[in-house]
Design a protein around this ligand. Structure first.
Ligand code: FES
Length: 115
């Protein structure tokens, strides 16, 4: 172990991993759900996560940069491709389906308040 630590948000879970571990594997180890359909082949783009300071990750490979396009410059990484080399803070975006359900429930609660 070389002290590489991944801190996942919003779950607020930390995990120590070996250098070279992907964020996807670190997430699995920390029991943080990161969506995937292609199981780590850089094909589905569902594993996108946001990283504030990329210095704790190995530089993007060409494939990851191509897949992310302009989002590569906005702090997004593909969890299945990004490899840990130091400590890093990672924000996992909310599942779009869960976000839609939460928004619907909030709308219903607002309507219920009106009556
Ligand atoms: S898991 Fe599909 S692109 Fe990363």
């Amino acid at each position: 172990m070389n002290g590489s630590e991944v801190h996942f948000w919003p779950d607020n879970k930390k995990i120590s991993v070996r250098a070279g571990t992907t964020l996807l594997d670190a997430g699995r180890k920390a029991k943080v759900h990161i969506r995937t359909r292609c199981d780590g082949k850089a094909a589905c783009l569902m594993c996108k996560v946001k990283v504030d300071d990329p210095s704790g990750l190995a530089p993007m490979n060409v494939n990851e940069r191509l897949k992310l396009g302009t989002q590569a410059d906005e702090g997004f990484r593909l969890a299945c491709q990004a490899r840990v080399i130091g400590s890093v803070q990672v924000t996992v975006p909310e599942d779009p389906l869960k976000a839609a359900i939460r928004a619907q429930l909030a709308r219903q609660a607002e309507e219920d308040d009106l009556f």
